[in-house]
Design a protein around this ligand. Structure first.
Ligand code: ZN
Length: 164
């Protein structure tokens, strides 16, 4: 879906305009499974550019890859993202990002909102049910990470320090 993180308005992926018709904010490409996490990051003050969370099956469904990618629209320093949940990476290189964005419709990639870095979890499983359970669990861990960073004032400190 194309989602306005400011007012919550949703539009289908085929929607051709990048601007929210209600509040004029930028619409973001957000997959349904990642919606709750993207909203939480936005409310915590982190700028999200897109969010995908899916299980991809390869080799005639023999391998199931869990991929969670949360694009960030500012080049946050690693200190901001201290102690990410286990298995998550914080990646910068642009060429690398394009590879992972390959399934996002091209018109959304060409939007003026840049992705500077990506929070990513990727791992392969032989069992599809296990992969789906890991996808859910890893999103919960990221949600908990945001809650913790808000509750103990870490993101407020980063904000005061000009890091957000
Ligand atoms: Zn809006």
């Amino acid at each position: 879906m194309m989602l306005c993180l400011t007012c919550g308005l949703q539009r289908p992926n085929s929607y051709k305009n990048n601007t929210c018709p209600r509040c004029k904010s930028h619409l973001k490409y957000i997959e349904a499974a990642a919606k709750g996490t993207a909203v939480k990051l936005h409310k915590a003050g982190l700028s999200v550019s897109y969010a995908t969370a899916e299980v991809y099956s390869y080799n005639s469904y023999a391998v199931h890859t869990v991929n969670i990618s949360i694009g960030l629209a500012k080049p946050y320093q690693v200190e901001v993202l201290r102690r990410l949940p286990e298995g998550y990476e914080y990646v910068f290189p642009e060429a690398h990002i394009i590879e992972y964005l390959s399934h996002i419709p091209i018109e959304h990639l060409l939007s003026p909102l840049l992705t500077y870095c990506v929070l990513r979890y990727e791992a392969q499983y032989l069992d599809n049910a296990e992969a789906k359970a890991v996808l859910k669990q890893k999103l919960i861990e990221l949600d908990d990470w945001v809650d913790e960073a808000v509750e103990d004032g870490w993101l407020a400190i980063c904000n005061l320090g000009g890091l957000l």
